[in-house]
Design a protein around this ligand. Sequence first.
Ligand code: ADP
Ligand code: UVW
Ligand code: MG
Length: 403
Amino acid sequence: MSDATRVLVLNSGSSSVKYQLIDMADGARLASGLVERIGEGQGRIAHEPSTGPERDRYEPFPDHTAALSALADELAADGMGLDSPHLAAIGHRAVHGGTRFTEPTLITDQVVEGLRELVPLAPLHNPANITGIEVARKLRPDLPQVAVFDTAFHATMPEYAARYAIDKATADAHQIRRYGFHGTSHQYVSRRTAELLGKAPEAVNVIVLHLGNGASASAVAGGRCVDTSMGLTPLEGLVMGTRSGDLDPAILLHLHRVGGMSVDEIDALLNRRSGLLGLCGDNDMREIGRRMGEGDPEARLAFDIYIHRLRKYIGAYYAVLGRVDAIVFTAGVGENSAAVREASLAGMDAMGIALDSVRNAVRGSTPRLISADSSRVAVAVVPTDEELEIAQQTFAVVRRTAE
Ligand SMILES: Nc1ncnc2c1ncn2[C@@H]1O[C@H](COP(=O)(O)OP(=O)(O)O)[C@@H](O)[C@H]1O
Ligand SMILES: CC(=O)OP(=O)(O)O
Ligand SMILES: [Mg+2]
């Protein structure tokens, strides 16, 4: 075995890069961090090595090249720079893989080109992923780099769940189908949930609720995704921080024809100015909770709409799965908001779902059960770790390629 066992994971967003350096020999996280507000006047890098305290620095990062070289400098300061001989690969989160990429993929020029062709289907996400990949390839052209796709885990959805009920020829001509996103998280969390229950992934049916800035639900049967709430793009489904989720599609036509809005204006409205932000002016669930505490009716209504949509998906996936072993909450809101977890499952005793309010209120950073002992369906909080999952899948590709 070569002694290059470390994987650097880059999750490049439009204005931020999250990263982790993980040693695959023992799974140890050697460093993690975040560069944010890229392209704005003042940016910030927060870097946390396993060997010491977090270091915070404020400075402008004009573009992703500057952000990546800053994080490389931070790693180098801890003796773990990008030139390290211990580095085996760089793994990248790639959001939209279309029908072409359904497995973790060794990055070549053709793969980058393929990602570029998919930009219209993930305009918020794919361009940033591509930039991250291009910069990293320039910094270490000799190192294997692997793309791990948000859409991959959902590729197993049956046709009847993946297809929209529109004219088949039109759908085929434009690759219109449901792809689903956050797949790395749904995959990781459903597997960890099986472990928590002490069962094999093949033996459990799970509803995963990934509630972050973007939010999606999935129905996972025996380790395979059978349905998920995001569709052609990450706009469908649940109410999100700034995205509307499900709508009557005729609303778009109405806004265009009667409201006089352009396609780009409608795009910006639904992706950036809707969801919780559009409903009450705040997209952070902590702030909404605080405002509800003060009796703010707008914040209350936004919360209720968010919860109502979530409950509809829980019911739908219960019916899709037939038998549910666990409902599991993850990502920023799912891991931290006891109020969201309680409201989204309240009154479901007849469905065999009962929370234990004391367990639900306990904060923690490890996988845990929050259901009552009497609950037929287990309810759990399982912190997601997309970066660890990406590192594992990246390392597996590198190993296979080296054989
Ligand atoms: N203590 C908390 N209570 C409620 N919501 C929280 C808490 N901490 C974080 N959040 C929510 O989590 C969201 C971010 O989730 P995260 O999974 O980190 O998102 P992303 O990875 O999509 O950026 C924030 O917008 C905030 O609403
Ligand atoms: C696909 C998606 O919605 O990702 P995020 O939650 O990171 O925006
Ligand atoms: Mg996320």
